[in-house]
Design a binder for this molecule. Sequence first.
Ligand code: BDP
Length: 637
Amino acid sequence: MSRRPIMAGVAVCFMGVVLGVAGKGMLYPRESESRNMKNLDGMWNFRADASPSRNQGFDQQWYKSPLSQTGPVIPMPVPSSFNDITQEKALRDYVGWVWYDREFFVSTDWRKHRVVLRFDSAHYYSVVWVNSQEVMQHDGGHLPFEEDINSFLTFGSSNRVTIAVNNTLTPHTLPPGSVTYKTDTTRYPAGYFVQNVQMDFFNYGGIHRHVRLYTTPNTYVDDITITTDIAVSKGVVNFNVDSGGSPGATSVKVEVVDKAGNVVGSADRMSGVITVTNPHLWYPYTMTTDTPAYLYVLKVSLVSSTGTDIYRLPFGIRTVHVTDSQILINNKPFYCQGVAKHEDSDIRGKGLDYALIAKDFNLLKWLGVNCFRTSHYPYAEEIMDQADQQGIMVIDESPGVGIDEDENFSNISLLHHMEVMSELVKRDKNRPSVFMWSVANEPRSDKAISEAYFRSVIGHTRSLDHTRPVTFVSDQTHTSDKALQFVDVICYNRYDGWYSDLGHTELIQLQLGTDLDATRVKYRKPIIITEYGADTIPGLHGDPSVSFTEEYQVEFLEEYHKLFDAKIGKYLVGEMVWNFADFMTVQGLQRVVGNKKGLLTRQRQPKPAAFTLRSRYLAMGNITSPTPSVPVLPVIG
Ligand code: BDP
């Protein structure tokens, strides 16, 4: 790690600390008879550390007093990225430690319970204090972290939570990046540095998701793992419950509850199998019926002398299998009618926004989409909840994007990547919508060094979950890629007619067809095109079409679609347009205020290509359903 001042701030805090949350459960906080919750969202006090070293906050121990006593603070909404909230360019582009704090009360009733402080995500490194005492650190931007904080609290009186968050990307973060110091003092002031990113999206920073306190009894349900299977007319629910705290549990009851509230199976053990007769299987969304996906609830009641802890986990009964040419959901072929997404929007950056989540899911269904990829990082749990409830299949991707430089393949990076996969699988393992893990997007998998790296990351992910396929998304070819050998499904990003032979839509079918057929011959695995797209400025026209016009985007997609149609039923098992909506990137000569490959603008208004895709997906119907649909014409809108 560089000894430059900005990195020193990171090194000081993280050296020698065991990071991550791999050792314990990470169940989504849910209220129940035994669990209370207090939301700490809202306006927090905020201060960016603008000192040249970015380390003044640690040097002066800003966590020791209210932040407002250390210097000027501004109100900052939580959740949100801090970047686009003010009119300050310096804050939009800020790199380093930012500090937040707020006061809160906990009732005296909570004294006898376990109290947990949970951040659903903060980008990227975080250090958290309660009443001036450090309670936890976390390394990574898109996954939750939590800690028991009883012993740090003052019950029945005011408490203060302080968090320092650093958005610096280094060669060993995911995504990786680097910092360059500009030393030519004739051109740059002393200490001037820039953050280099290796990915094509804005590096938003801050507290991006909910911050909550929740209680449990002192002996509590720490983790639940469910895998499901189907045997003739029975649903097989394999479960495992981990308890935490002390004293130990004296008994447990595990019940499967259907949508109507009926208990349809139960057990009195911490792990085992419950069979459900004539189960309602969880199926991907189908336009013909437009019914929500079927979710059961696993109700766990854990009894100890400290009380009974009750946790209700929604889950679906479904299977995923991969053959050499198909993905099977409930033993029926699945075709991914997809889009790749991003989580950002105006003003809030990557901050959780329920209105945006609802709008995006309505748009996904309007488009006839049954599948998306969480490009290029884990999405909010509230988004994943909607995918589970609405039956949208998800390729769940880690933040492993831009793994390009040799240092990004080092052992330090590998260990962190494996830790991130552990955290992601722990968080999302029970979600029926998640049908595949993606460990990375477009790494330099043509480098020899990538082979051992991806053997390890993919092998590690399989060892965590043997019920789902594992992949990474490649922009290499069947001849150059060193790691495709390890994946279950080949995922390719392709830009024929855009990043090569720009303007020549007439070449797309030939070039892509040759490429896919050769890949198929070599690997004999199913293939999904996980990205294809063309930047399009809304309202820009050209006939005959030229790049960046709305006409070009439509023509471009249509050429891909012709080739896809020729490969569906052979080995092509899905397609995903890049991108669902325009999104923000760093400034660059190829980007006119962000990436414009969206079917929708950043404000979620459709470009003509959205209608092209909608007609296609609605006409395709959905072959994976209890009663496979015949193609139907639009039923929505
Ligand atoms: C692909 C990347 C994606 C980019 C896209 C593009 O996976 O993150 O946004 O290209 O250039 O290479 O639009």
